[in-house]
Write a protein that binds this ligand. Structure first.
Ligand code: B16
Ligand code: MG
Length: 219
């Protein structure tokens, strides 16, 4: 049995925290009289907190001081963390545990590669913190996806060459980052949107252990 590294994105792959990001950003936007829709929220998936606020301000045609920017970032995160505090294992997306258990039993490398600075707190809430051999999140990287830094760092910490790593991602920027890292990219979500991926699945209920086994056995 070969050892491969399986790197999971967090939001949109393991849990759906996009709905909580939306509620927190929506409150912030409303306080500034900016319109913010679910479609716009889609464009913030996989995007860092700083870049997300820059985009929202641009959509609302607002320009603010650095201090005001910082305090909005803090406020948004406080609101977001209030939602995270209520999370439980029930919020793990369907059949994700099945694949994680199969990979653990198969003695494969398992890592997290997320843009979120709250990744560890979220994994703790859903009782998955100890499932990952290594966690690389928004606190550990200087360059955001589509830069491959987050995934290359995860591969290096697993001690597995990038070409032997597989990334599960729900964002276009994340799929691009995986390809730039020379990894196999598996798109989770809309195949038309994630067309740069090597494989596409709507969600983990479509992923069989036979498929994972064939990836492990491939050269
Ligand atoms: P935070 P992922 C990303 O998580 C989210 O998709 C994105 O919407 C969010 O802005 C980003 O994390 C930063 O999150 O504010 O918690 O640092 O998909 O890369 O796991
Ligand atoms: Mg994501």
């Amino acid at each position: 049995m070969q050892t491969k590294g399986f790197i999971f994105d967090l939001d949109g792959v393991i849990v759906d925290t996009a709905k909580y990001h939306f509620l927190a950003w929506k409150k912030l936007a409303q306080s500034m009289d900016i319109d913010f829709t679910e479609e716009q929220n889609e464009q913030l998936k996989g995007v860092s907190r700083v870049r997300s606020l820059e985009k929202i301000l641009a959509w609302g045609d607002k320009s603010i001081s650095d201090e005001a920017f910082q305090s909005l970032m803090t406020k948004k995160n406080e609101d977001y963390l209030a939602y995270i505090a209520e999370m439980t294992e029930k919020e793990i997306l369907e059949d994700v545990p099945k694949i994680l258990e199969y990979l653990t039993t198969s003695q494969q490398g398992i890592a997290l590669g997320s843009a979120s600075k709250n990744a560890r707190a979220i994994l703790e809430k859903v009782a998955l913190l100890n499932t990952f051999q290594t966690i690389v999140d928004g606190n550990d990287v200087t360059k955001a996806k589509p830069d491959p830094e987050v995934f290359l760092k995860a591969a290096s910490q697993l001690g597995i060459a990038p070409e032997n790593c597989v990334v599960f991602e729900d964002s276009v920027a994340g799929i691009q980052a995986a390809k730039r890292a020379n990894m196999i990219a598996i798109g989770i979500g809309d195949a038309a949107v994630l067309h740069e991926a090597d494989y596409n699945f709507t969600d983990f209920t479509e992923i069989s252990t036979d498929f994972i086994s064939s990836i492990i056995a491939s050269n």
